[in-house]
Design a protein around this ligand. Structure first.
Ligand SMILES: Nc1ncnc2c1ncn2[C@@H]1O[C@H](COP(=O)(O)OP(=O)(O)OP(=O)(O)O)[C@@H](O)[C@H]1O
Ligand SMILES: [Mg+2]
Length: 313
């Protein structure tokens, strides 16, 4: 299994997650449906796609949303075809669930808890009895290879519904938490356009600090750290420890990545300023190329166009 996990990490550029990949692969091998659970951006979809592609089966991917009806999932009769030919096999349009069941392939449902509860319920019999019943069409029976891999963020409460206990009971649940700091830095090395180690280190520290602040309801995922490093690198080229520069970039990178318990623009900026100071002091390095105060043309309070350091030379 170790060899397979290493291959998956390499092919899909996945940093770490050995345990989660091993658990997913074993569950899939044992023909168990898998639910990958975790906060925004922890890598649920990345792991689900890697496991699905490794199983060398065809897979049907759908993204859950509140308009995903039961008919859309299991299939429906096309009204014009029904008018001309009646309720026949030819007038039935297969949905992703009936297709995956018949072909014995993987159905990958991203953000399962965004689907309406009624739609989620269709999965119950598909998962353990391997059949679904479609009115006027009849029974669809699953090929033995049929498998469901789903992801959800259980802490998100806007536009989601809680999975029923019956549905949860049919899954093997694999929980993903945030990765250690050194692995998060490694993710930036492979996923960010920035290769400056100091920018990467400071961006990761900054994003991690947002996850532990009492005034922040949802802290930044690794996406925020990637965006912060990319933006800082694009604006400045090299690392510098000017707090105003970091604030300016953090304001851009984190606006949609952080949610406060009680939002106001002033509070948002004050928290960013506090965390920027902490991030930079925890990341003080001897190799920092910039000097504090070397680019004071931009602040988080005014929005003078950015002038990257190289252009100023
Ligand atoms: N272990 C990892 N190795 C490499 N890249 C990762 C890892 N974890 C996350 N990423 C990267 O972080 C970003 C978010 O990952 P992904 O979309 O898989 O997260 P998610 O949990 O599905 O997020 P969401 O809850 O928003 O759907 C992607 O760019 C992904 O490549
Ligand atoms: Mg996802």
């Amino acid at each position: 299994m170790d060899k397979t996990v290493k291959e998956l990490q390499k092919t899909h550029k996945i940093v770490g997650r050995k345990d989660e990949l091993t658990s997913s692969l074993i569950a899939a091998k044992a023909a168990k449906h898998i639910l990958l659970e975790g906060a925004v951006g922890v890598g649920k979809t990345t792991i689900a796609l890697a496991v699905a592609s490794h199983l060398e089966k065809t897979f049907v991917r759908i993204d859950g949303d509140e308009r995903y009806t039961e008919q859309k999932l299991s299939g429906w009769f096309d009204p014009p075809l029904v008018l001309s030919g009646g309720y026949t096999e030819d007038s039935f349009i297969q949905g992703p669930l009936s297709t995956a069941m018949r072909e014995g392939s993987i159905l990958l449902i991203n953000e399962l808890n965004r689907m309406p509860e009624g739609t989620q319920n269709v999965l119950l019999t598909a998962m353990d009895e391997k059949t679904i019943f479609i009115p006027k069409y009849g029974k669809v029976t699953a090929d033995p290879g049929f498998l469901l891999i789903a992801t959800q963020n259980p802490d998100e409460y806007i536009g989601t519904s809680q999975l029923s206990e019956a549905l949860k009971d049919r899954f093997i649940c694999i929980r993903l938490s945030y990765q250690p700091e050194d692995e998060e830095r490694e993710i930036l090395r492979s996923r960010s356009v920035c290769s400056d180690e100091d920018i990467i280190g400071a961006a990761v520290s900054f994003a991690r600090l947002t996850r532990n602040d009492q005034e922040i309801r949802r802290g930044s995922s690794i996406r925020g750290a990637i965006d912060l490093a990319d933006i800082f690198h694009t604006a400045h080229g090299d690392y510098n420890d000017n707090i105003e520069n970091w604030l300016w970039c953090a304001r851009l990178a984190f606006r949609t990545k952080i949610e406060l318990h009680d939002f106001s623009e002033d509070r948002f900026l004050r928290i960013l300023e506090k965390l920027a100071q902490q991030a930079l002091s925890s990341h003080k390095t001897g190799s920092a190329k910039g000097q504090s105060g070397n680019d004071t043309r931009r602040t988080h309070r005014d929005t003078v166009i950015a002038v990257p350091d190289e252009k100023k030379k």
